[in-house]
Design a binder for this molecule. Sequence first.
Ligand SMILES: [Cu+2]
Length: 200
Amino acid sequence: MTIRRSMILLATASLTMLAACNKSPVTEASRTDTAAKPDASAAAKSTDPIESALAAAPASIGKDAKIVAMKADGSMSVLREGANGWTCMGDNPATPGADPMCMDANAMKWAEAWIGHKPPPADNVGLMYMLAGGSDASNTDPWGKQPKDGGKWVETGPHVMVVGSDSLNKLYPAGGDPDTSKPYVMFGGTPYAHVMMPIG
Ligand SMILES: [Cu+2]
């Protein structure tokens, strides 16, 4: 608990720096290329947790989704109630890339188990949207905070995730250095193995 809390405090402290590092190039590029379009990446890294969360899913899902934020103790605080069974969470500022997520009720049960270091429920296949991409310290350690031995972050573009399906996990490669341009398994060999399916 103490470690988790200090990690989160650390993450909060470096929020401004990270936002500055990551947002600027994207914003500049989009100004040149797509001046009229909203900048999805900047929205995903927004310090407004609702704006960030909504960047994860199609608007048709996001508009009625519940929005939550993770508190320092790992529990969730509700920022906005929802009506469609989906729950969205904004970017984690402790990771370099954007990684807001929107999950259905089964994926939410899975995520709560993962965050709480508990076994996920059996027979519980769930879907998750991460349309702004994902940024993970490790593809093998479900609770990794930093890449090991100076390794790189696992950066994945826009994708959907299927959690809780052993039969699907068996179809795709796992391991420490995945090709994130094709379907792959994250956290393979752990109870939190899931398929990451890039969609663009
Ligand atoms: Cu993901």
